[in-house]
Design a protein around this ligand. Structure first.
Ligand code: NAP
Ligand code: GLV
Length: 330
């Protein structure tokens, strides 16, 4: 019987690798640095399945070079690195990992929100640099009050909802815009739906949770930033290009908004000498939204199960192109 061949493009949790190895011949990219597009093409040239990372670009040249691929299993929920229509056209199932990472990612969105509001990173640095000479002063280190303020959510999906729920714990008013209105969630949690301009104008904190698509590219640009409150803080946990970085830099330096918490950048990784990294009113993280041990392990295991299901010709637990099931007869 044909033993399928699989390529895994990063080191992942060992129990996920063990699971794959029970049913498939396995090769793993050994380095922390990602494979170049050429190396990735070589690696996938004669495999039946691949377990891939958000930074692996799956485009037409790559798919042309991998004629045996039956399944691509992404260890992430965002799919903007994959030419999904092209994979679907070729009958390649695409797995991904929504849900299992939503709570951990929302936790970190809230960490960014709190850190930017209460100047956590800025004051930590100040203390470590030996600047703390006066023990307490009523007018020092003032920040924005989180409780009782208005949290705007753009994209009320898995992570947006979890972030909004955390806001309720801080007695925040939740106002949201999403592609589809969610009357059930409005009734259950008291969220208020609004058009984007109203969300921009009324939010004290604006948290972005849309996928990166042609419609959401530069969703937040100069025009949108000018509509926000000068006291507002922007949190981006989605993808870097959802925000126009140049416009954001302008907004932060000209006082159109008060601050930002960013887990994602454009480009990524952001160069160490990028001017935005010199701003004290910005808190930055290196794209680690889902990086809790529990969530990352669950993501790896789910991705391994998706991969094996695709190799066996079965339905995936989480499939981004289930429209293929009918033509594949599964
Ligand atoms: P999800 O459940 O699919 O939620 C995305 C939401 O955005 C959906 O509710 C969706 O549509 C809405 N939406 C899509 N296009 C829109 C548009 N043009 N305008 C307004 N709303 C739009 O996905 P998720 O699990 O919450 O993840 C969201 C994104 O977060 C991922 O795609 C990924 O890029 C990013 N992410 C980042 C990290 C990190 O480490 N920083 C971790 C995980 C995910 P409906 O309103 O129709 O439902
Ligand atoms: C991470 O960025 C993800 O999309 O899961």
């Amino acid at each position: 019987m044909h033993r399928p061949r699989v390529y895994v493009t990063r080191q992942i949790f060992p129990d996920a690798l063990d699971l794959i190895e029970k049913s498939a011949g396995l090769e793993v990219w050994p380095d922390d640095e990602p494979p170049t597009p050429e190396k990735l093409q070589e690696a996938l040239a004669d495999v039946d399945g691949a377990l891939i990372n958000v930074m692996d670009r799956i485009d037409v040249p790559l798919l042309d070079a991998a004629p045996n691929l039956k399944v691509l299993s992404q260890v992430a929920v965002g799919l903007d690195n994959i030419d999904l229509p092209e994979a679907t056209k070729r009958g390649i199932l695409v797995g991904y990992t929504p849900g299992v990472l939503a709570k951990a990612t929302a936790d970190l969105a809230f960490a960014l929100l709190l850190a930017a509001a209460r100047r956590v990173v800025e004051s930590d640095k100040w203390v470590r640099e030996g600047n703390w000479k006066i023990s307490h002063h009523p007018m020092f280190w003032l920040g924005s009050e989180v409780n009782g303020s208005t949290l705007g959510i753009i994209g009320l999906g898995g992570i947006g909802l979890e972030t909004a729920k955390r806001g309720l714990g801080f007695d925040m008013k939740i106002i949201y815009h999403s592609r589809t209105r969610k009357p059930d969630l409005e009734a259950e949690y008291g969220f208020e739906y609004a058009e984007p301009d109203r969300v921009l104008a009324e939010s004290d904190f604006l948290s972005l949770h849309v996928p990166l698509t042609p419609e959401t590219h530069h969703y937040i640009g100069e025009k949108q930033l000018k509509k926000m409150k000068p006291t507002a803080i922007l949190v981006n946990m989605s993808r870097g290009p959802v925000v126009d970085t140049g416009a954001l830099y302008k907004a932060l330096t000209k006082g159109w908004i008060a601050g930002a918490g960013l887990d994602v950048f454009d480009p990524e990784p952001i160069p160490a000498d990028h001017p935005i990294l010199r701003l004290d009113n910005v808190v930055v993280l290196p794209h680690i939204g889902s990086a809790s041990i529990r969530s990352r392990r669950e993501m790896c295991l789910l991705a391994a199960r998706n991969l094996l299901a695709g190799l066996k010709g079965e339905r995936l637990e989480q499939c981004a192109n289930p429209e293929l099931y009918e033509s594949l007869g599964i």
